[in-house]
Design a protein around this ligand. Structure first.
Ligand code: HEC
Length: 246
């Protein structure tokens, strides 16, 4: 048994060492909190301000957002609805898909389930991972989505980062390894404020990908509370019954 535990622990340690050895900076955890309603509301706001000009979330309706995130329909209409005027509408894109394709070469995909296909951590790191690359039409490249056609739409908030290459790579080149990114031009937000904005946005995308999660988390909490109460009463009852036997 002990040997099994030791070999499992060794494998775990080895795994993390190997993972850390891969190229470039490691991904940071997104740490989204779906029980934080204010964070999801802020995320929704960022999404409609900066993303629906190109992307849709066509599985999600505005009235559902209102209901799930504790917002009134009035407030959703004035603060979140820019691409349609009916509260029952889905989160449609502002641009025509054919236009978008002509501009970017690829149509911006629908983001309804992107948090499930890519995962929250990837989304978080993708939105933090833009850096200056003059050889690209958008002027930027991305650590986690190489040569992406998507411009850095949040650059005013984050500022612009530049890549710091491994010493042997003499400051760049096609196969140079990027060690980290550093701020080249400050944005409107500090690093931590920007990370919070991205975390809010990713949280909103996770919610959009699976709205039932919110309900499940709430129910889950009460189920655990119920089970704990049951545990205590079952224990007391057991003591009561066995008292006479001993
Ligand atoms: C100016 C148009 C534009 C805006 C605004 C925009 N995107 Fe994009 N986005 C694109 C394009 C184009 C692609 C496709 C990139 C590619 O395939 O290289 C893309 C791809 C993506 C992807 C990758 C999807 C996948 O699985 O391949 C994600 C995630 C994404 N965008 C998120 C966002 C978020 C979040 C916002 C809002 C902060 C946003 N985008 C705003 C144009 C845009």
């Amino acid at each position: 048994m002990i040997r099994l535990i030791i070999s499992l622990l060794t494998m775990l340690c080895l795994g993390s060492v190997l993972a850390a050895d891969s190229h470039g900076p490691a991904m940071q955890p997104a740490k989204v909190d779906l029980s934080d309603e204010l964070s999801l509301q802020r995320g929704a706001r960022v999404f409609v301000n900066y993303c629906v000009s190109c992307h849709s979330a066509s599985f999600m309706r505005y009235n559902r957002v209102a209901e799930d995130l504790g917002l009134s329909e009035e407030s959703v209409k004035t603060n979140l609805m820019f691409t349609s005027d009916k509260i029952g509408d889905v989160m449609r894109v502002a641009m025509l898909p054919s236009e978008a394709e002509a501009w970017f070469g690829v149509p911006p995909p629908d983001l309804s389930v992107v948090a499930r296909s890519r995962g929250p951590d990837w989304l978080y790191n993708f939105l933090l991972g833009y850096y200056i690359d003059e050889s690209k039409p958008t002027g930027v490249n991305n650590l986690f989505f190489k040569d992406t056609a998507m411009p850095h739409v949040l650059w005013e908030q984050q500022g612009l980062q530049r890549a710091v290459y491994r010493a042997e790579d003499n400051g760049g080149g096609e196969n140079a390894t990027i060690m980290r990114l550093e701020l080249a031009q400050r944005g409107r937000l500090t690093e931590n404020e920007y990370k919070r904005l991205v975390r809010d946005l990713v949280g909103f995308l996770v919610y959009v990908g699976e709205p039932a999660k919110l309900v499940r988390h709430r129910i889950g909490f009460w189920v655990i509370v119920f089970l704990l109460i049951l545990l205590v009463s079952a224990y007391l009852m057991k003591r009561e019954y066995w008292k006479d036997v001993h």
